[in-house]
Design a protein around this ligand. Structure first.
Ligand SMILES: Cc1cc2nc3c(=O)[nH]c(=O)nc-3n(C[C@H](O)[C@H](O)[C@H](O)COP(=O)(O)O)c2cc1C
Length: 117
């Protein structure tokens, strides 16, 4: 169920409360129609079903990655290990420089990070 919260708490309160929930962290990668690779740190990932094979994750409407996640688009989900804090923080930044290191880019399709779990 998706429900907007309404109350008198501040955004800081809400952030602190949400932050208490221990969760796995992923980086989702895709390619925009203009060919630019995109990557977003996401903890909204969840496994849904084996048959049919389904997963779910949520992307903010305002994300620069949104054009790459149009219906039917290919994307890759990288499950991070607890050693990969730096990678998680890197892909949580609002910048177009996330793939400045060409090693991170795959020749075709969404970039694949070999170092992920
Ligand atoms: C631990 C963590 C989990 C996050 N989970 C999500 C998520 O599930 N969905 C989302 O849209 N943004 C999530 N974010 C924020 C995005 O990573 C961030 O807003 C995005 O990378 C900003 O760049 P963009 O403008 O290219 O989207 C998360 C950030 C962190 C640090």
């Amino acid at each position: 169920m998706l429900r907007a919260l309404s109350s008198s708490y501040t955004q800081r309160d809400l952030r602190d409360a949400f932050g208490l929930f221990a969760t796995g962290v992923t980086v989702v990668t895709a390619v925009r129609p203009d060919g630019e690779p995109v990557g977003v740190t996401a903890n909204s990932f969840t496994s849904v079903s084996l048959e049919p094979a389904l997963l779910l994750w949520c992307l903010a409407n305002g994300s620069s990655a949104a054009p790459a996640l149009r219906p039917g688009a290919e994307f890759a989900v990288h499950v991070l290990s607890h050693h990969q804090l730096e990678l998680a923080l890197h892909f949580a930044r609002r910048t177009h420089e996330k793939f400045a290191d060409p090693q991170r880019g795959a020749p075709r399709g969404p970039p694949h990070m070999q170092e992920a779990l």
